[in-house]
Design a protein. Structure first.
Length: 504
């Protein structure tokens, strides 16, 4: 699929960088910092804070003498329903020892006590009260500035080059061009393409669509994790750690109906089914107060947000609903973040290292960002000497287009929630697939605007998600098919999606 936007790089302001990192979550910032400490100054392109900043829970790491990386791996594999990449999983749990030290060295001050979260067999989750992600982001951001790493505000629009990366076009109020031979995507996932989500809507996942247009593969896009406890009619997430400390889930009768520390997919579906039956579900935080835990001190961020919405968590249960939270699939990469396109790397939620399998274990995502961001930086340090510098040639694309898309982003989010949400079936997925194809088919006639480019690219990711959900005729982890409610051994493998070869 060709470029979508119209541009001529000979007429755009041009910049140059050996390495461009697109995204400023934990994966992107770690990659930038390690490169900076190795003596390479990357350019960091960011459109603002992403999901790392909003992460409440913590980072899982097996550091206690009574714990072990092996036990951590077993818990992760159990949650991932046998689909975790075992080699990369070993890298994840072992690399946490080094990654945790780096975070502390870069200025993150973790609480002394650890906590347990759903799916873990040991309290190995390290936190900073209930704003761990914010604390990590701020510390890493300070380190980026200390290293004098170049920061550019803007949004990736096109990846340039045939057979290799030769540059990017980005937008910061106007179109601009950066000539580079190495691009690291750290752009986050695509969970915001669902009607109910805990994600900031600006974290759209449309960069994954740009990758698809470059001919690359997405792996396991059907695995979308839905967080069980988002405050009803908001995007306010109540961390897993609250349940880990003793909060309970109850129905409208005040009765518990699920083990709150089961993996997220189990808890989320239990809540969803209660709601499908016409009931309501509440998270009761009052047992924490009874246990002597002061909510405003232990969970200041959550407590403050609830009070702003008019809730009194020490006196009343809070109405909650599941919402899309984490995109487990992503760009196909190896253990060093490399894709099959020369010069293109990916880290964090937009990449698929396979460590999460069919269901991400709580607090493993921040760990993945720091461990694989570190490895990606070291790989780039070596690869710089092998890659050809971007040539002096120009890039351009010109096409006519004056039509409006026949749908909106909100239409897309509604379709994905209804047909590809917590429970799926053949009929709904086929209907969604056909509708998406009809919506997208006339894209060549759309006005080549940035808004339309964003819509096309997130729609391509949605189509990949639906197509692989249709292909996976089983239930495994976060992917639940009502018409195939059990795991099937023939599907104990990853899905793969490209525009040329839809799902296999």
């Amino acid at each position: 699929m060709e470029y979508f936007l119209n541009f001529d790089t000979s007429k755009l302001p041009e910049d140059r960088a050996d390495v461009v990192i697109c995204g400023s979550g934990i994966g992107g910032l770690t990659t930038a910092i390690v490169l900076g400490e190795l003596g390479i100054t990357p350019l960091l392109l960011t459109r603002g804070v992403g999901n790392t900043y909003y992460s409440q829970g913590g980072i899982a790491c097996a550091l206690h003498p009574e714990d072990s990386p092996y036990l951590h791996a077993l818990d992760t594999q159990k949650a991932g329903r046998g689909l975790c990449n075992e080699g990369n999983l070993r890298i994840l749990v072992d690399g946490g020892v080094q990654g945790f030290v780096n975070l502390k060295r870069w200025g993150v001050e973790f609480d002394k006590e650890t906590t347990i979260e759903g799916g873990h067999s040991f309290p190995r989750v390290y936190k900073v009260k209930d704003y761990t992600g914010k604390a990590i982001h701020e510390a890493l951001w300070r380190r980026v500035k200390e290293l004098k790493i170049r920061i550019v505000r803007g949004e990736l629009q096109e990846i340039l080059g045939e057979g290799r990366v030769e540059g990017i076009v980005y937008y910061d109020g106007s179109m601009k061009f950066i000539r580079t031979s190495i691009l690291v995507l750290a752009t986050g996932g695509a969970a915001s393409m669902f009607l109910h989500t805990s994600n900031p809507v600006r974290v759209r996942g449309d960069a994954l669509g740009i990758v698809l247009r470059k001919g690359l593969s997405l792996v396991n896009p059907e695995f979308v994790q839905f967080h069980p406890t988002v405050v009803k009619n908001t995007s306010i997430l109540i961390s897993e750690a609250v349940r880990g400390e003793g909060a309970v889930l109850v129905d409208q009768k005040g009765e518990r109906f699920v083990n709150e520390l089961e993996p997220r997919d189990v808890v989320a579906r239990a809540i969803y089914r209660k709601m499908k039956e016409g009931g309501e579900v509440f998270l009761d935080l009052r047992p924490l107060k009874a246990a002597g835990i002061e909510l405003r001190e232990r969970f200041p961020t959550i407590y403050g947000m609830l009070r702003e919405k008019g809730y009194e968590p020490e006196k009343e249960p809070i109405p909650v609903t599941p919402a899309s939270h984490y995109f487990i699939g992503g760009v196909e990469v190896n253990s060093y973040g490399k894709t099959i396109l020369e010069g293109l790397y990916a880290v964090g939620e937009c990449a698929c290292t396979g460590v999460h399998g069919a269901n991400r274990l709580a607090s493993n995502s921040l760990l993945e960002g720091v461990v694989f961001g570190y490895r990606t930086a070291y790989r780039i340090f070596h690869d710089l000497s092998f890659y050809r510098k971007s040539s002096k040639g120009n890039f351009k694309n010109l096409r006519e287009g004056k039509r409006k898309p026949p749908y909106t982003f909100e239409d897309l989010r509604g379709l994905m929630w209804e047909a590809c949400g917590l429970e799926r079936d053949e009929e709904g997925l086929k209907r969604a697939s056909e509708k998406l194809k009809v919506w997208i088919e006339g894209y060549k006639h759309w006005t080549p605007s940035i808004e339309n480019r964003q819509l096309l690219d997130i729609s391509l990711v949605a189509l990949a998600t639906v197509s692989c959900a249709l292909w996976r005729k089983e239930s495994r982890g976060v992917h639940y098919r009502k018409d195939y409610p059990h795991e099937r051994e023939e599907f104990r493998r990853e899905s793969l999606y490209t525009l040329e070869k839809p799902a296999s």
